[in-house]
Design a protein around this ligand. Structure first.
Ligand SMILES: [Zn+2]
Length: 278
């Protein structure tokens, strides 16, 4: 190599003719093996460009397994609101980061799935805080939203459990960053260190949730017969694209907006789907 230059997140190698041959493809592959999978190598006219691909993915579809299972348990609860509830602490987390209340930093290659280091988020992802949000949802559903329903207690319980489920689902994939209250000890089994295992684990959870939901509910129309299955397949496809295909970004503002848009969009769609089964 005769020249090396760096531009933003890419590293360029100008190859001297000594190293250059027609076997550019195998050369490219060799370089690919030498660098982390977070880099892509492009060989073009004696120039080898190594570009860093930021990874900013979040766990999301796995959380919906709990929402589906809880809807199977208490049919009086809104499936759309259960979807919101299972993501509730993440819905708070991103705006909290933007407001400077909690902290997220980007560390290249932090896990195989993303470049996040969630340094400080006790108010949304502490177990104690999760229990408090969960208690708040119980009260809201028991005393306000479902107060005139005969099954208000059971609805309030499943809504509260949906909030709490987030911490335990995050526990599977996060590296040890989930606190009990604040600071050490922190927990996380670290499945994010393996992209394929992350996808498989989320898919298995979601399919189990769907299976229980379908078992416990009955379709009231033709749409109701297949809509939930189609929607879950759609979520799996989105997650596949999210993990393996779509480019990520490391801008916290646009990440926040896209996360919130998806959370509410999915909740809206699934509310429609949920009304087709009783
Ligand atoms: Zn989370």
């Amino acid at each position: 190599m005769s020249e090396i230059s760096i531009d933003n997140q890419s590293l360029y190698f100008k190859l001297s003719s000594r190293y250059y041959s027609d076997e550019s493809e195998s050369l490219e592959l060799t370089f690919k093996c030498l660098v982390s999978p977070n880099y892509t190598a492009n060989f073009n006219n004696k120039n080898l460009k190594l570009a860093y691909n930021p990874n900013s993915k979040i766990m999301f579809v796995g959380h919906y397994a709990a929402a589906l299972a809880l809807k199977g348990k208490e049919k009086g609860a809104s499936l759309g609101m259960l979807f919101i509830a299972t993501q509730f602490v993440d819905i708070l987390f991103f705006p909290f980061v933007l407001a400077g209340i909690e902290k997220l930093s980007f560390v290249k290659g932090f896990t195989a799935v993303n470049d996040f280091n969630m340094d400080y988020y006790p108010f949304t992802h502490g177990l104690l805080a999760s229990l408090m949000w969960s208690g708040l949802f119980f009260m809201l559903y028991y005393f306000v939203f479902s107060k005139n329903k005969t099954n208000k207690k059971s609805i309030a319980i499943v809504m509260a459990l949906a909030i709490l489920s987030h911490w335990f689902t995050d526990l599977i994939v996060h590296t040890p960053d989930l606190p009990l209250v604040n600071g050490e000890p922190k927990f996380g089994f670290g499945l994010w260190n393996n992209k394929v295992l992350t996808f498989v684990a989320e898919a298995v959870l979601l399919i189990l949730g769907l299976w229980y939901y379908l078992k416990k509910t009955k379709a009231i129309s033709k749409v109701g017969k297949y809509a939930a299955l189609v929607f879950v397949l759609f979520l799996l496809l989105i997650n596949y694209l999210n993990l393996f295909v779509l480019p990520a970004n490391d801008d916290i503002k646009s990440l926040t907006i896209s996360a919130l848009v998806f959370y509410f969009l999915f909740a809206g769609i699934v509310e429609y789907v949920g009304r087709k089964r009783v």
